[in-house]
Design a protein around this ligand. Structure first.
Ligand code: B4P
Length: 190
């Protein structure tokens, strides 16, 4: 199984590149952000809790995310491989993912770390905010998401270096050029 973690700051292009990776490698896509937005839209109990965190630019608590992820993973039992987009975002989430995959006889194959300068991240998210209507794409919330990324999520890069799975990829330039670099990283890990 090919299991790819796509990692990077908010606005680094995780969602955009995931779409291309899925097509190229016939993987299933699990985006915790998309699952949470679906829960919010459906006004579920989880959605009501998640909304409060997302609108402040904070992470939804690990326990809720890990339970949610386990359920989604169970629904992909016959998968050839999965791209994890926006998960893990903390060390406890990474450890839980390892246990869940090991229980299913598999593991993370590679972690793609998309690297984009901060000014560019802010510009991309403000631009998306103008058209998407996403409640977290405004300057105040973007700044808080970037702080959360630096404090809680960025340390995961060292975790995956330790696991021998980390691949840094320059996330600036055209979408096609970035995808070309990602393919080299994934093919090298297969
Ligand atoms: P996400 O939906 O994962 O949001 P994100 O990190 O901001 O990344 P996103 O996917 O939206 O952006 P992308 O990099 O694709 O999470 C939202 C919230 O949910 C989090 O803040 C958190 O509260 C909660 N959450 C989600 N997962 C969680 C977890 N595991 N634990 C706890 N809480 C969790 O960038 C997109 C923009 O850049 C697009 O508009 C795109 O068009 C543009 N773009 C992409 N590539 C480009 C390029 N090369 N050039 C120019 N623009 C580009």
């Amino acid at each position: 199984m090919l299991n790819v973690v796509i990692f990077g700051a908010p606005g680094s292009g995780k969602g955009t590149q995931s779409e291309l990776i899925i097509k190229e490698y016939a993987l299933d896509h699990i985006s915790t952000g998309d699952v949470l937005r679906g829960e919010i839209k459906g006004e579920t109990e989880l959605g009501k809790i998640a909304k409060e965190y997302i609108e402040k630019g904070q992470l939804v608590p690990d326990e809720l995310i890990i339970n949610m992820l386990a359920k989604v993973l169970d629904s992909k039992k016959d998968s050839k491989g999965v791209i994890f987009d926006g998960f893990p975002r903390t060390i406890p989430q990474a450890k839980a993912l390892k246990v869940m995959l090991n229980e299913r006889g598999t593991d993370v194959s590679v972690m793609i770390d998309l690297q984009v300068e901060e000014d560019e991240l802010i510009q991309r998210l403000l631009k998306r905010g103008e058209i998407s209507g996403r409640s977290d794409d405004n300057l105040e919330t973007i700044k808080s998401r970037l702080d959360v990324y630096h404090n809680q999520t960025a340390p995961l890069a060292a975790y995956y270096v330790e696991e021998g799975k980390h691949k840094a990829v320059k996330g600036m330039g055209t979408i096609e050029d970035i995808f070309g670099r990602i393919k080299v990283a994934i093919d090298g890990a297969k």
